[in-house]
Ligand binder design. Structure first.
Ligand code: ADP
Ligand code: NI
Length: 223
């Protein structure tokens, strides 16, 4: 992760940083940078190939399917182009492209299994950035961007309720916690990722509980 050196990783990082400088929809450079750092740390703990993990983290959102009319081949294709342009070996390109193609979580119905340890590290890092304080901020930022309400009191979710209750409350940012964010801690691939997810999960549970309490007036001060 040394930016000063002219390594494959640093060249790809510089390219991605420039390209994502103007993004603000939750896939900005800072998201990628956090995932890059976190993935590198997980890779170190798990004994994964550091270069493959860092490269895959850097290109994992290179062309998100949601912003390209659902064509999920664009990401892998652009990742391949960039890596080849920067001189990666065919073996590294193949591995990284495979990770990019597999990484996106497309709802509760689809479970993409990461085949390699390197892919597992990157997927864990990407999921961790959707959790905790940053995950909460990203969720509401994305919701605002997509024109969603924060919460709809007419369809209140139940924190430890059923899948049906969650579905009934769909469409708000708060409900995204039930659709996805609170499910992620049980989907972590590595021991390191799991440990980090536990803590962030607890913080989100507390947040949702307080959000609903405040909304319902339990914490209002009467003067
Ligand atoms: P990534 O590709 O980085 O894993 P996504 O593209 O799924 O993440 O989403 C980017 C961010 O926007 C995440 O923090 C995610 O929780 C949030 N997000 C995605 N879909 C929704 C939604 N329907 N409502 C609110 N937040 C969302
Ligand atoms: Ni991401």
């Amino acid at each position: 992760m040394e930016n000063e050196k002219n390594t494959l990783v640093s060249r790809v990082a510089a390219h991605i940083a420039a390209r994502f400088a103007e993004e603000s929809s939750g896939h900005d450079w800072h998201h990628i940078n956090r995932v890059w750092k976190l993935a590198g740390r997980i890779a170190n703990d798990e004994g994964a190939d550091q270069e493959v993990v860092e490269l895959a983290a850097l290109v994992h959102d290179i062309a998100d399917w949601k912003f390209h009319g659902g064509d999920d081949a664009i990401g892998p294709r652009q990742a391949e182009q960039l890596l080849r342009q920067e001189g990666a070996s065919e073996e590294v390109i193949r591995h990284v492209v495979d990770i990019v193609a597999t990484i996106s979580f497309k709802g509760a119905g689809v479970r993409a299994e990461m085949k390699t340890l390197e892919g597992k590290c990157v997927q864990d890092a990407d999921r961790l950035d959707a959790l905790g304080a940053i995950g909460i901020a990203r969720c509401f930022a994305y919701g605002g961007h997509a024109g969603r309400l924060m919460y709809d009191p007419d369809v209140p979710p139940v924190l430890h309720g059923t899948a049906e209750a969650y579905k009934a409350a769909k469409g708000t940012s708060l409900n995204h916690f039930y659709e996805k964010l609170l499910l992620l801690k049980d989907r972590m691939n590595t021991a390191t990722g799991r440990a980090l997810a536990q803590e962030r999960h607890r913080f989100m549970e507390e947040f949702v509980e307080r959000f609903l309490e405040e909304w319902n007036g339990a914490r209002e001060v009467h003067v």
